[in-house]
Design a protein around this ligand. Structure first.
Ligand SMILES: Nc1ncnc2c1ncn2[C@@H]1O[C@H](COP(=O)(O)OP(=O)(O)OP(=O)(O)O)[C@@H](O)[C@H]1O
Length: 248
């Protein structure tokens, strides 16, 4: 369970690109909600604050005010325990694949388990098999396709058996075939998944949708209503942009 308790995020912004950082900018206005649903989607415009919200969940970003808890653990106070519970998948798998080959990368995720090296490698191969990557175990990571890399990144995160998976636009860089594969994988997981996405079909399949606009959660609840709210926001923004272009 993920709890936001009046969680806010602010950042300092230097004036005139330098000097004393004297402007405080609110990236996320107070968010209060208790997420217990298995599939929660977060949608919103570019730069609206979705990733900021997502990063709060595993403590990559700490709240400037209020609190965020996962299974009752405070992200600021119990950061290590939270990170053991919350897996994080980025849109760019290259951001999280660090070892030369697929099997070594999954084995690295298992490093905290009390296993001998051979056992760890066997476990890593078994995990690769579960994700349809058995025949890619020795493949250099750089030689994998974008879809295979994302699958490998997710396999590595799930190897640690998190109770919550936060995915920040995991399918943005994928073609339709790989997007379907990754979506099906995420849909079938037993874990709670917080899915930041621009894919409105994926959002509509969620149990609950949060819509973020200019750093505020402006909708929290029904997926269809959330998608409609997002479409309306986008239409209004596009209308403003067209009017301002016409008067130029
Ligand atoms: N550490 C930071 N310091 C200052 N500003 C930041 C910081 N992190 C994010 N921002 C700003 O906060 C705003 C929200 O960023 P965020 O990455 O959360 O948006 P997003 O909705 O995930 O966007 P996108 O869909 O483009 O990934 C942006 O204007 C971004 O530039």
């Amino acid at each position: 369970m993920i709890e936001f308790d009046a969680a806010t995020v602010t950042a300092y912004a230097a004036r005139d690109g330098g000097g004393a950082p004297d402007d405080v900018r609110t990236l996320l206005h107070p968010v209060t909600c208790r997420l217990v649903e298995r599939r929660v989607a977060v949608i919103g415009a570019n730069g609206s604050g979705k990733s900021t919200l997502a990063r709060l969940v595993n403590g990559l970003t700490l709240p400037s005010g209020g609190a965020v808890r996962v299974d009752g653990l405070d992200t600021a106070r119990d950061g290590r325990a939270v990170r053991q519970r919350v897996g994080f998948v980025f849109s760019d798998p290259d951001a999280q694949l660090v070892m030369p080959t697929a099997v070594e990368d999954v084995a690295l995720s298992l490093r905290r388990l009390p296993l001998a090296a051979a056992e760890r490698e066997a476990r890593a191969r078994e995990i690769l098999g579960r994700f349809g990557l058995a025949d890619r175990a020795e493949t250099p990571v750089h030689a994998l396709s974008g879809g295979q890399k994302q699958l490998l990144a997710i396999a590595g995160v799930l190897a640690t058996e998190p109770t919550v998976l936060v995915c920040d636009e995991p399918t943005t860089r994928l073609d339709l075939r790989w997007r379907t594969i990754v979506d099906d994988l995420l849909d079938g997981l037993g874990q709670q998944v917080l899915h930041v996405t621009h894919d409105l079909d994926a959002a509509a399949r969620a149990d609950r949708v949060l819509v973020v606009d200019e750093g505020a959660v402006v909708h929290d609840g029904d997926p269809a209503e959330g998608v409609a709210r997002y479409r309306a926001l986008m239409a209004a923004t596009a209308g403003c942009a067209a009017r301002s272009a016409a008067t130029r």
